[in-house]
Every structure is written in structure tokens, then in C-alpha cells.
Design a protein around this ligand. Structure first.
Ligand SMILES: [Zn+2]
Length: 249
């Protein structure tokens, strides 16, 4: 099984975007022991679907990536991709000035820090200019969010990003088509392993929110792991169906 793991903030708040340093540390040490290979995003899509392998991704570019996650990744030589929100680099995660329910306001890495991350082997991916829901924007604004952001990252870091993470996982075939003009890979929040026939611009990921208890990631390859994933997918589908019926999304 191949899977792309999603982390956001590594902190003890218990929020929907947080995994505690203790759980994160345990997961990384377990991965480093080698039961599941840790590959870069680009390498992961190139290996056989039968391979037990993951790619590590971190959304938003929180300061705690550099202070908590990166040292551990560096210690074990594990690759990772950090998705940054270009117009919020060096600021905080109050996207459009709004605080998400239950989401802590946390500082984001600045360009100098992102440069240090690159020097330590971290790949920088794009998480748009402003972290909007791309499904709610007109086409020309979507193109700006996808293309201008890549140009700024290239200018500021000297490296063109090869991957994009759609904010909130929100994308359409048209959004993915536009992303394909700039990126090789695009990641969503579709909660499942990577299939052999997945579109590289619409790759699923496993949000570590659902695995933030001791032993959950470590149950990889067991029926318990597959069962948990299945249950979470059903619960999420039900929520989305109810939300659509309620007309809230
Ligand atoms: Zn995000």
C-alpha cells in the first residue's frame, strides 16, 4: 500500500489541525525503523502500488515544522514536502482574516526559514497564494492562485515547486487541469491510499488527524488499519451528504 500522510501543526493543543509532538515523534521513529519506506512525493508515485511506502506532507508551513518536525526528520534522513501559502509566509494562519472553528492561530515560517528547510532537504510545495476554496473562485482567480504562487516560490527560494496542495482539498477537474500546467503533482484530502490509476494532479492523502493516537499508524497493513480508514471514509461521506442536503456547502 502507498499513502501520502498529511500533517499540519505539531503541537499539544488537540485541535483538528494538530498532532502532538509525542505522537508525531512515535510515528516518525516507527517509520524510521523501516516497516514502511518513507519516500519523497515524486518517488512515491513512481513505485509499485504493492510497495509499503508513504510520503510525508505538511500543510500551511507552521513555525513548528522547523522547530519540532524538521529536526526529527533530519535525524532519520526522512524526506518531506512542506506546502506553503505564499501571501501568508512569515504571518499566521488567519486566512482572509478569519479564524476557523477550533483552529489555533499559529505563526507561519518566513522565507529565510523556508530557505533553511530547503537546505536540510525539505521540498517546498505550493498551497496557493491566499488559501481560498478554489471551487468558489472564478477561473482567472484560480489560475492566479496556482500560477502566481509558484512564480513567487521560485523567485524567493530559487526552486520551482513541483507539487500543489488544494486548500481544504477543494478542487474540480477544471482546477486540476489548470494545476497540471504548472505542477507535476496535486494533493487533495480524499481519505484513501494511492491507487495505480490515480490522476497525479488529484492524489488522495491520509490526514493524520485520524491517526493521532498511539499505535494507529503503526497498525499499517492490518485489518484494523483498513477498517479504521473505511469507517472514517463512510463518516466523512455521510457528513458531506448531509451538508449538501442542508445547502451549507
Ligand atoms: Zn491549508
Amino acid at each position: 500500500m502507498r499513502a501520502i500522510l498529511t500533517y499540519h501543526s505539531i503541537d499539544d493543543s488537540g485541535s483538528p489541525i494538530s498532532v502532538s509532538p509525542a505522537i508525531f515523534g512515535a510515528q516518525i521513529r516507527w517509520l524510521a525503523e523501516g516497516p514502511v519506506r518513507v519516500l519523497s512525493l515524486e518517488d512515491l508515485v513512481g513505485v509499485s502500488p504493492e510497495e509499503d511506502a508513504v510520503a510525508l506532507t505538511f500543510d500551511d508551513g507552521f513555525v513548528n515544522f522547523e522547530t519540532v518536525a524538521a529536526p526529527l526528520l533530519g535525524q532519520y534522513g526522512l524526506p518531506a514536502t512542506l506546502f506553503v501559502v505564499v501571501n501568508y509566509v512569515g504571518k499566521n494562519n488567519l486566512w482572509n482574516g478569519k479564524k476557523g472553528p477550533g483552529i489555533p492561530v499559529l505563526p507561519l515560517l518566513d522565507w529565510a526559514a523556508l530557505g533553511r528547510c530547503i537546505d536540510s532537504g525539505v521540498a517546498i510545495g505550493c498551497h496557493t497564494l491566499n488559501h481560498p476554496n478554489l471551487c468558489q473562485l472564478p477561473g482567472n482567480s484560480v489560475r492566479k492562485e496556482l500560477v502566481d504562487s509558484a512564480a513567487v516560490i521560485a523567485r524567493e527560494t530559487g526552486r520551482s515547486p513541483r507539487s500543489v496542495a488544494y486548500p481544504y482539498g477543494a478542487h474540480t477537474p477544471e482546477v486540476a487541469r489548470m494545476a497540471r500546467e504548472t505542477y507535476r503533482l496535486g494533493v487533495t484530502t480524499d481519505l484513501r491510499p494511492v491507487d495505480s490509476d490515480d490522476d497525479p494532479l488529484r492524489l488522495p492523502r491520509l490526514d493524520m488527524y485520524y491517526f493521532r493516537a498511539h499505535g494507529r499508524l503503526e497498525s499499517w497493513g492490518t485489518r484494523r488499519f483498513d477498517g479504521r480508514l473505511w469507517l472514517r471514509r463512510q463518516a466523512r461521506r455521510l457528513r458531506q451528504t448531509l451538508a449538501a442536503r442542508g445547502g451549507t456547502r
